[in-house]
Design a binder for this molecule. Sequence first.
Ligand code: PLP
Length: 288
Amino acid sequence: MARIAYVNGRYLPMTDASVNVEDRGYQFADGVYEVCEIRKGDLIDETRHLARLEYSLGELRIAMPMGRAALGMVLRQVIRRNRVRNGYVYLQVTRGVAPRDHAFPTRPVRPALVVTVKPLDPAIGAAVAEDGIAVITVPENRWDRVDIKTVGLLPNVLAKQAAREAGAREAWFVDADGFVTEGASTNAWIVTGDGVLVTRPADRGILRGITRAVVMETAAAEGLRVEERAFTVEEAKRAREAFVTAATQLVMPVVRIDEATVGNGKPGSIAATLRARFHDHAEAVPVG
Ligand code: PLP
C-alpha cells in the first residue's frame, strides 16, 4: 500500500493528502497527467513522459509546475518514500485553484501538482499476458484533441466499465468510418497475415503513447515492419495477432475482439517477443 503522496510542495500521508475544492482539475478536468512504470527500482522512460507532459501543458497553456529535473526529483522522492520497486508513479498537473469560472483565471495562479505511486507485482501483468485479453468495441465519442493527455476521461471511464461488464479488459474506440482509434487507456495494434505491425498514425485522434514509440523501436530492432495506418474492426478480427500497449500494460496480447477470436485464440508470438524485448529499448534510470 502506498502511504505518502506529494501535494503542492508537501509529502503527506495519503489520509491527509487533499486538494482544494476549487482546484480546476476537480471542477473542470482542467489538467493533465502522466503515468510511468517503476521496474526493479528503475524509473522507466521518464524523459519521454516528461516531454509529453510539457507538450500537453503547452497545448492547454498551463505552465510547468517546476522544471523537468525538479519534477524528476519529486517523482523519485515519492517512489523512495513509499519503498516501491515495481509499480507506477502517477503525476497530475492542473491549472490551479481559482474561484469557479470557465475562462482562465485572470489573476496568475500556480499550477497544482500531485504525485502518487502504486506498487504492483509485475507477475500479475505477466500472468494476464500469458492468456491474453478480450476487448470490446465502442463508438468513438471523445473530443478531437485526445493527443493531449488530459484528466478529462469520462468517455474512457464509461468505455472501460462497458468492457468490464462484458467480461473484457479493454474497449477499443471506433470512429465513424469503422476504423479503430485506440483503447480506453491503451494504443491498439494488429499484425497482418504477412507479419506487418499496423497501428494508427499518432495524429490528434490518438494519444502518442510512449510505449507505442518504444515498441516501434523494439520492432525495428527485431526486423519487423511497422505500418502507421488506420485499420478497421473487420481487419482486426481477421488479423494474425492483435495487442495493446501502455505503460501499465506494456505489450498485452488481445485474443478476442467482441465475439471474434483473434488468430488461434492464443497470444501471438510477435506480441510475446515485443513484450519480452521491450525493456531492452526503454529508458531505465535507477530511482536511487
Ligand atoms: N491511449 C490512451 C487513451 C491512454 O490513456 C494511454 C495511457 O494511459 C495510452 C494510449 C498509452 O500511452 P503510454 O504508452 O504512454 O502509457
